[in-house]
Design a protein around this ligand. Structure first.
Ligand SMILES: Nc1ncnc2c1ncn2[C@@H]1O[C@H](COP(=O)(O)OP(=O)(O)OP(=O)(O)O)[C@@H](O)[C@H]1O
Ligand SMILES: [Mg+2]
Length: 175
């Protein structure tokens, strides 16, 4: 007789703690300054996901994050090489998944080694490989509002990122 089947696996219903905030940038420099405030607060293992259409300002934001991490080398779009590694106060892994198609290709890139290493990983076009992304992260959506304005929404998933977002908001408001 066949052994009894184990009970069906259910996904844990405990939702991750979450929080969000929204702000507006009025220029590329302001977007860099906002990114730098965040970069200054990042810790080993942090993951930042950037979403938004072509030209939304993801790379501009990433340049600010790099500056906040003390990266001195120029930060350009990794659209063709997919991953740029920079050293600063922490390693900064700048990833662009625009050219990949699906999770399997992201796994081939070794993306998980970056996520679970001791540096900071920032991913542009993270929606291209949703299955490989850590459940806990800070997601940032950039949306153009005309020529030089960008709506920026930050969504924290997980305890670490809720705390990070709270610290970021204190910096932004100067409290
Ligand atoms: N407030 C703003 N914040 C950021 N970029 C802005 C802003 N206003 C205008 N821009 C312009 O928008 C463009 C943003 O380009 P960027 O390369 O950062 O976009 P991207 O989201 O990374 O695009 P891609 O998907 O091609 O990687 C730049 O030319 C920048 O000068
Ligand atoms: Mg870009």
């Amino acid at each position: 007789m066949a052994p009894p089947r184990p009970p069906p696996r259910t996904t844990p219903s405990r939702a991750l703690p979450a929080a969000s905030t929204a702000l507006t940038s009025h220029s590329p420099d302001e977007t860099r300054r906002i990114g730098a405030l965040l970069g200054d607060l990042l810790e080993p293992g942090d993951v930042v996901l950037l979403e938004g259409n072509l030209g939304a300002g993801k790379t501009v934001f990433a340049q600010g994050v790099a500056a906040g991490l003390g990266v001195e080398a120029p930060v350009t779009s990794p659209t063709f090489t997919l991953i740029h590694e920079h050293s600063g106060r922490l390693m900064f892994y700048h990833v662009d998944l625009y050219r990949i198609e699906g999770d399997a290709e992201a796994v081939d890139l070794g993306l998980e080694d970056y996520f679970y290493g001791g540096g900071v990983t920032l991913v542009e076009w993270s929606g291209r490989a949703p299955g490989v992304l850590p459940a806990e992260h800070l997601a940032i959506q950039l949306q153009p509002r005309g020529e030089s304005e960008r709506a920026i929404r930050l969504v924290a998933s997980g305890r670490r990122y809720v705390a990070l977002l709270a610290a970021f908001e204190r910096r932004i408001t100067g409290t």
